[in-house]
Write a protein that binds this ligand. Sequence first.
Ligand code: FCB
Length: 440
Amino acid sequence: MRSFPSDFLLGVATAAYQIEGAVHEDGRKPSIWDVFCHTPGHIENGDNADTACNHYHLWEHDVRLMEELGIEAYRFSVAWPRVIPDGRGQVNQQGLDFYRRLTDALLEAGIRPMITLYHWDLPNALQEAGGWQNRSTADAFAEYADVVLRTFSDVVDLFITLNEPWCATVLGHAFGTHAPGIQDLRAAVAASHHLLLAHGKAVGAFRANARSSAKIGLTNVLTHVAPASDSERDEAAAHRMDGFLNRWFLDPLFRARYPAELEAAGIGAWVQPGDLECIASPLDFLGVNYYQTSIVQDNPNDALLGAAVLPPSGNLTEMGWEVHPEGLQAVLQRVSKDYGPIPIYVTENGAAYPDVVTQGQVHDQNRIEFLSQHLQAVSEARKNGADVRGYFVWSLLDNFEWAKGYTPRFGLVYVDYATQQRIVKDSGIWYRNLIQQREL
Ligand code: FCB
């Protein structure tokens, strides 16, 4: 039997662009994702997030749903292009008002809000000026962060600067599968430094103005990396892969330096005196998103790292990711050991399965098993000393899954996109019971 104490937060997570829709309303201007989605060939089925879950209009309904499920905390993101539509300058009060209404309703329902400042929707006006490759985007972010933090830190006490800078960097600027769709390693290296600098500057703004009981952190996606064999070559390859997947964003945050792999990739060209100290400003907590484990083999043919990730095998989710809860336990313990002590929230974890509606219900036993196993892993990591204080299921609702469009369904709640009807899945009911009983 695993139990979760009453102060361990059991929540759900979403992100603005994936659920809100209403992309042209109340002064919002395009983000890089609007532009990316409307360029043919980028998103499966030609999907876009113009309407998504229409949460911008159905937010009251969605808060009520959370209340019915007994959700304790809700991690959502604020859309920069709603609040400062041109990226810099004029603040759009209507944008702030939307999040104020949402926050007030959450608090009234007894749900603790956790605000992510940046979940990938950079105002497109800033992209036109070079986006994250341009150092001044870090200053623009600090200004935007200051506006949001000043507006909400009286009532919200958990803030996250960036969601998964690794994805924004690598998928957005090296692989080009995410917005802004750039395929250039040098661009990615520059973007990563400016994202981290933006984070550091926002933490500075927060410390200057926020009330002292409010907390700020950053969310990294962490991958458990293991060598395919105990040969020295595979172990060295796994170490390099870990540098690329994990230490790229952990070392600067916690040790004020980049790993050797990034030095070799030329990151030094972007670093100015004082940057690393700013980036390593102490965090109140680390957010960890966990989805995957990578088993790594030495591969001299791979130009980037001399390493290859073996194809996932065994029990896979609809994303093609292996169900591997031991990896979550491992990353939580690793972060605590190598970079702690640090309070941790699992800010995302969940699975996509091809859900079907039968007589108004969704029987997603596979998701219940997935979540239950991962929560057991969290409990095990806590027993072994990791200071994990909460767990947020990705996601409350089925939503727009970036380049994959609407096909993968991650929600505890099913969304019929044609009618915008919400149907609580069996996993939603299971989660409600777990929150009540606090035992697995
Ligand atoms: C993470 C993202 C989140 C969601 C999940 C499935 O990388 O942060 O928005 O798409 O993956």
